[in-house]
Write a protein that binds this ligand. Structure first.
Ligand code: HEC
Length: 203
């Protein structure tokens, strides 16, 4: 019995080894098939690769529409609301003609002004080397994220995330001038851009 037990024990072991080896190779085949399938699928299906380009075009259009939207926001912006937004700036900036520079430069006439051009204000070298004119566009980008637009600026202000707040504020800032710059026209392309946006999705 002991002999037989030992014998069958060895057989059992051998069986386990064979079963194990079979299972192992079976698993390996499964894994190889899965991985292989994942690798080869996109290559073998050329047509769906085209379809992927459509959402890309879509996203591009969406970005354009957002940009267009800002000038539309600006065209109907509320300068009285903008004056309220400007309170966030008053800790560092004055807005009146000939007002003193504070932590930041005086902002009278800033719309249309060359960047870093207030005399007597000690600008950071980052802002001095910007070399832009403060248009509605550049101001909007700067005010959305000062450090994003002028890396290294000394203006410690988180930014105005809401496009509506920036539009209202710019409508107000523009009035702080002897000859306010006209607001940009609401882009005519808004209506034109909409069908462009929907066309690719209907494919
Ligand atoms: C914590 C203080 C602080 C606050 C708050 C602040 N600014 Fe400034 N701002 C500065 C400083 C400092 C500079 C100069 C930055 C530099 O030299 O890099 C500056 C520069 C600017 C400039 C560039 C001016 C130029 O002559 O080139 C504009 C425009 C501006 N700020 C607008 C605003 C507006 C609008 C707000 C409110 C939404 C605001 N800032 C809030 C401190 C501030």
């Amino acid at each position: 019995m002991a002999d037989q037990n030992g014998h069958s024990g060895k057989d059992g072991l051998l069986f386990n080894k064979i079963a194990g080896a079979l299972l192992g190779s079976f698993l390996t085949i499964m894994v190889v098939r899965e991985v292989g399938g994942a690798l080869y699928h996109p290559e073998s299906l050329e047509t769906p690769a085209y379809a992927i380009e459509v959402p890309e075009g879509d996203a591009h259009d969406a970005v354009k529409v957002v940009e267009v939207d800002f000038s539309t926001l600006l065209a109907s912006a509320d300068s009285a609301k903008g004056a309220r937004v400007a309170k966030k700036c008053a800790a560092c900036h004055t807005f009146d003609k000939g007002g003193k520079n504070g932590t930041g430069p005086n902002l009278w006439g800033v719309v249309g002004r060359a960047s870093a051009s207030v005399s007597g204000f000690n600008y950071s070298s980052a802002l001095k080397s910007l070399g832009e004119s403060w248009s509605f566009d550049t101001l909007s980008s700067f005010l959305e994220s000062p450090k994003g637009f002028v890396k290294g600026t000394a203006m410690s202000f988180a930014g105005l995330r809401k496009p509506q707040d920036r539009a209202n504020l710019l409508a107000y800032l523009r009035t702080l001038a002897d000859n306010p710059l006209p607001l940009p026209e609401a882009a005519q392309t808004v209506e034109g851009a909409m069908p462009e946006m929907t066309t690719p999705t209907e494919h």
